[in-house]
Design a protein around this ligand. Structure first.
Ligand code: ADP
Length: 384
């Protein structure tokens, strides 16, 4: 029985309409790889008009790089035909008439009518699906990065907190016990002629409280620069007089026989942020004193030109071991020869950040056991 004769005209019209209006490309390919039929959706998909596809090799719809292989695949397919349904379809690229590539998913079918074998190709354009999956991938990548960064921030913060606790519990202990012992001693000196002793202990308490406040101040200023909350406030002032004030301020810290040699060259008036400079000077001078022994001199040399000032703080103290020099600007880092001397490991980190803020540079030269020289170069703006 001839199957075609049994199909009613209504069913035929239905099949035709299906071919005509289905929202997917349908191609019928003959055994020699030529396009026998292309439905309107397929033509639209590839950008061809009317009958332009009819009789053409199917490879014209495939990007150049894949065309050759496709001939082999096609010939193989016609030898060993087997249907590939949509779900297991092939993902591949198509080529439009204008040369643009588009991602496709295709399924294959075949049939053997009287006049030879024909293959059926069903084509779905997956541009949207690919784009949204690429967008999704990009979003996942972006979120993963955000998450990793915030985890790292959190980890950094935790590490910082525990280092602060470790440093604080170590550094607070000494001044606090000094305060306690001085307090009980001061209490015990009740007689009038013990006034001087009592005064000495009150001075010790004052120094220890100052020390504690200093540690807290240091921590707060670090927090402030780290958060970018420091605003520059430049003003005109006399750098030489300012440096003399700084020397005066650290005078009380000098050990027996220590003194600060001061040398100033160049112009005196500069335009800079005084508060930041104060912090830089006090940190470097305090370190030079702290890390030097009794009788060892500290030198402060300043040379102020029109465009820049060079500030040098030199000591003849314990120096920084060569293998640790790279790390001393790192937060909380303290060299191994400094562990018996009070400190937080924050000062130089803050100084470095401040110098950066002023667009300056900081360098040092140090030899363990011989001394250290810190050199700061600052650009000088012209004042108002
Ligand atoms: P702190 O002095 O509170 O420990 P800093 O950040 O100021 O912290 O200094 C970091 C480390 O660098 C110090 O612990 C010390 O090891 C070393 N250092 C800094 N200045 C000097 C100096 N003038 N001489 C020797 N070592 C120094």
């Amino acid at each position: 029985m001839n199957g075609q004769e049994t199909i009613s005209p209504a069913i035929k019209a239905g099949f035709k309409a299906m071919f005509q209006y289905v929202t997917m490309g349908v191609l019928v390919i003959s055994g020699d790889g030529r396009i026998a039929l292309a439905n309107p959706w397929a033509k639209k998909l590839f950008g061809y008009q009317k009958e332009a596809l009819n009789g053409q090799l199917v490879e014209m719809l495939i990007p150049d790089g894949f065309g050759k292989n496709h001939v082999k695949h096609r010939e193989g397919y016609f030898k060993r035909r087997r249907a590939r349904s949509m779900g297991y379809g092939l993902s591949m690229s198509g080529r439009r008439k204008d040369g643009k590539e588009l991602p496709l998913e295709i399924s294959l079918g075949h049939y053997l009518p009287g006049e030879g074998q024909l293959a059926l190709i069903f084509i779905t354009d997956i541009t949207e699906r690919t784009r949204s999956s690429e967008e999704f991938d990009a979003k996942v990548r972006e979120r993963t990065l955000e998450l990793t960064q915030s985890l790292a921030r959190e980890k950094g913060l935790n590490e910082m907190k525990s280092r602060f606790v470790a440093m604080a519990s170590h550094e607070f202990r000494t001044p606090l016990s000094a305060i306690l012992s001085s307090l009980s001693l001061a209490e015990s000196y009740r007689k009038i002629d013990e006034e001087e002793k009592r005064y000495r202990h009150i001075q010790r308490i004052r120094a220890s409280v100052k020390n504690l406040t200093g540690i807290l101040d240091e921590f707060l200023s670090l927090d402030k620069v780290e958060q970018g909350k420091v605003e520059l406030l430049k003003e005109d002032f006399d750098l030489c007089a300012f440096a003399e004030d700084m020397i005066e301020e650290v005078n009380g810290m000098l050990k027996a026989g220590q003194h600060i040699d001061f040398d100033y060259k160049g112009q005196r008036g500069i335009f800079q942020d005084k508060k930041i400079l104060r912090n830089i000077f006090l940190n470097l001078l305090t370190n030079a004193i702290k890390y030097s022994a009794e009788k060892q001199a500290v030198h402060l040399d300043i040379n102020a030109g029109k465009k820049r000032a060079v500030i040098e703080v030199r000591d003849e103290g314990i120096g920084i071991p060569a293998d640790e020099q790279k790390k001393i600007f790192t937060k909380f880092y303290r060299a191994r020869n400094a562990t018996n001397i009070q400190g937080t490991g924050l000062g130089l980190n803050i100084v470095k950040r401040y110098v950066d803020l002023l667009d300056g540079s900081i360098n040092f030269l140090s030899l363990a056991g011989q001394g250290t020289t810190f050199t700061i170069e600052l650009p000088l703006d012209q004042g108002l």
